[in-house]
Write a protein that binds this ligand. Structure first.
Ligand code: SF4
Ligand code: SF4
Ligand code: FES
Length: 368
């Protein structure tokens, strides 16, 4: 047994009082969870502490909190691990971010998380008459969506999402991972409509800033950011959806610049984004000219501070081994089909791993 100090954020909106911190000491074995510690304190010292939980086994997804600033499942975080990242000796536990607090450590999941899940039409939309029995799907056709299906809707990714902090309207990591679950499902007949909807939404797939926070905190390795990138690839490369948010053009600009220089030529990124990758087309597009004019004060500030020089801005050098970058591009372009990395598939091609398995009855070909 060891002594741990839990510092809990207490808040009851109905009391009219400000939020405050309260410390409790618990004597528990190091392998016991933060949730065990909170429940012990609630049972023995203060029955008014608000915490939501059920399974205590990282399955139901209801005990999401922030421990020492990181979004986690309280039942899946050992006291010893939490103590190791505590700054002043106390394990700091507070409610998840990006969602309103209902009481103490309980947030309003309906107001944010579930609202956003509803936004992406989280059910299958097949076409035609339903079959007499179940829909038959090849097992390997479902491999692509197994990762997003593993979500337990805990909201940890929503809590950690930096884009959502800036733009609360952002559909967000959990809901977009859920959207991919249906976009990647061969039984769904509205793939293009779904992609177009998510690309055209100003708070949709192009609102993610690739910060990786959702990947780091997800307790089930759903890797929501990767699902968002898959949605983008389908929207831009497969369906050529030219959205009004300029996501399509921005992606083309990135790809073309890396292919040409090996690193990002910042000065060309904006015009090329408006030109769908082409510099000439972008420089003559009226919206690009407008944005370039709007960006002038920032450029002037950079020049004045010495962070940018005209030479650096205009003359962007190619990488010395740029040919190798070009070779990667041509290999990818020549491939018959795109290979997607799915963390839920174990084994490697040619080594008799799960990815190589012939589908047999009752064998999903994946390990989850
Ligand atoms: S990677 Fe994108 S979705 Fe994930 S937390 Fe960052 S901004 Fe949010
Ligand atoms: S994607 Fe991961 S972190 Fe986000 S709600 Fe699902 S299980 Fe939780
Ligand atoms: S109590 Fe169910 S996931 Fe923690």
């Amino acid at each position: 047994m060891s002594d741990y100090t839990l510092q809990l954020r207490r808040y009851d909106p109905e009391s009219g009082e400000q939020a405050y911190w309260q410390e409790f000491d618990v004597d528990l074995a190091p392998e016991r969870s933060v949730l065990d510690g909170i429940l012990k304190v609630r049972n023995e010292e203060d029955g008014t502490i608000g915490i939501r939980c059920s399974c205590q086994a990282a399955i139901c997804g209801s005990c999401g909190v922030r421990v020492n600033g990181k979004s986690v499942l309280a039942c899946n975080t050992k006291l010893s691990e939490a103590a190791a990242t505590a700054r002043n000796g106390a394990i700091v536990v507070e409610p998840m971010g990006n969602m309103p607090v209902l009481k103490d450590l309980i947030v309003d999941m309906d107001a944010v998380h579930w609202k956003k899940i509803q936004r992406v039409v989280p059910w299958l939309l097949p076409e035609g008459d339903p079959p007499e029995r179940e829909y038959i799907v090849e097992p390997e056709a479902m491999i692509d969506v197994t990762q997003s299906m593993a979500c337990i809707q805990c909201g940890a990714c929503v809590s950690a999402c930096l884009s959502m902090e800036v733009d609360p309207e952002f559909i967000g990591p959990a809901a977009l991972a859920k959207a991919y679950r249906f976009v990647g499902d061969p039984r769904d007949a509205h793939t293009e409509d779904r992609l177009s909807d998510l690309a055209e939404d100003p708070h949709g797939i192009f609102d993610c800033t690739h910060c990786f926070a959702c990947i780091e905190v997800c307790p089930k390795d759903v890797a929501p950011m990767n699902q968002i990138m898959r949605l983008r690839r389908h929207a831009t490369s497969d369906y050529e959806i030219k959205d009004s948010n300029n996501g399509y053009g921005h992606e083309k600009a990135f790809v073309n610049l890396i292919e040409k220089y090996g690193t990002l030529h910042e000065a060309q990124l904006l015009p090329r984004s408006f030109g769908e990758g082409s510099l000439v087309k972008g420089q003559t597009s009226p919206p690009a000219v407008k944005q370039l004019i709007e960006a002038l004060p920032t450029a002037i500030r950079g020049l004045r501070s010495g962070k940018v020089t005209p030479r650096k801005a205009l003359l962007h050098h190619k990488l010395p081994d740029q040919d190798q970058v070009k070779r990667i591009f041509s290999e990818i372009e020549d491939a018959d089909e795109r290979l997607e990395l799915n963390l839920y598939i174990v084994g490697e091609e040619g080594e008799g791993g799960a990815a190589d398995k012939e589908p047999v009855s009752g064998d999903s070909g994946v390990e989850v």
